[in-house]
Design a protein around this ligand. Structure first.
Ligand code: ADP
Length: 247
């Protein structure tokens, strides 16, 4: 594939913090429909890459093109409007609101029309909330206060709150941290359900989960790409083995 055909093209991306290059001339390309997992030792620069893509951190140099548009100089809210959704490690749901209401307030029209909780609950919104609730395994918990959900369910709800905004690129930082084995399996199933017309980037340490979801893996080390390809390929790459065993 030519690089222009990729949905996300990161090229020569560099950011220096007081002269230290946390991300150093990094290039990678993500396809539509792809789940890309970024792995690498602590401090490799993985979180910083997501911060750069979502506009939380400004690049020192390089470019981030998403669906042909240059994101590099855009503000965080503009990048959201261009269809990029990011989930952080700690859930930012409203504990006192029900699952339904948490999804409802995340529906893009809700905010623009009457403000957060004061908009018409039309058929379209209800259907979309129910549709998302099913994808995130919460169709039977719509009336439950979000604060009463399990840790794993809270993570899924937050993913649902992003999905209802229909992002073309969804970025997740360690989505299964703290989850049970069963919840991890279901999260893999969830992610495999949502790739149509969309790209997903996941930072992850749990190698079983990586095997379950990754179409391709990018291994980062010291701000650079150390290895890339199928899980099978990267896990047999001597450079990768050396970095992991050396730690
Ligand atoms: P990873 O997610 O792979 O563990 P990070 O992206 O969090 O790595 O961090 C990469 C390096 O950049 C680390 O050495 C970290 O201390 C440094 N770093 C990240 N953000 C900042 C910042 N805002 N200011 C200074 N140093 C930072």
């Amino acid at each position: 594939t030519k690089h222009e055909d990729f949905v996300l093209a990161v090229e020569g991306l560099t950011v220096s913090f007081d002269g230290f290059k946390a991300v150093n001339d990094l290039s990678f390309y993500v396809d539509e429909g792809e789940i890309r997992v970024i792995i690498g030792p602590n401090g490799a620069g993985k979180t910083t890459v997501l911060d750069l893509i979502c506009g939380r951190t400004q690049a020192t140099s390089g470019s981030i093109k998403f669906r042909g548009e240059e994101l590099t100089r855009m503000k965080e809210h503009q990048i959201v409007h261009h269809g990029v959704g990011r989930k952080f490690q700690n859930p930012s749901i409203y504990d006192d609101l029900s699952v339904f209401e948490n999804l409802e307030i995340s529906y893009p029209r809700g905010r623009s029309v009457f403000g957060s909780l004061m908009f018409k609950r039309d058929r379209e919104v209800i259907e979309e909330v129910e549709n998302i609730a099913e994808i995130i395994f919460l169709q039977n918990d719509l009336d439950k206060p979000a604060g009463l959900l399990s840790h794993g369910q809270k993570q899924w709800l937050e993913i649902g709150m992003l999905l209802i905004q229909k992002p073309d690129l969804l970025m997740l930082d360690e989505p299964v941290a703290g989850m049970s084995v069963a919840e991890r399996k279901k999260t893999a199933e969830l992610l495999n359900r949502i790739t149509q017309g969309r790209s997903v980037i996941v930072i992850e340490h749990d190698m079983q989960f990586v095997e379950d979801i990754a179409h391709r893996v990018t291994v980062m080390h010291q701000g650079k790409v150390l290895s890339e390809g199928s899980m099978e390929r990267v896990k047999n790459d001597p450079k990768v083995i050396e970095v992991y065993l050396g730690h």
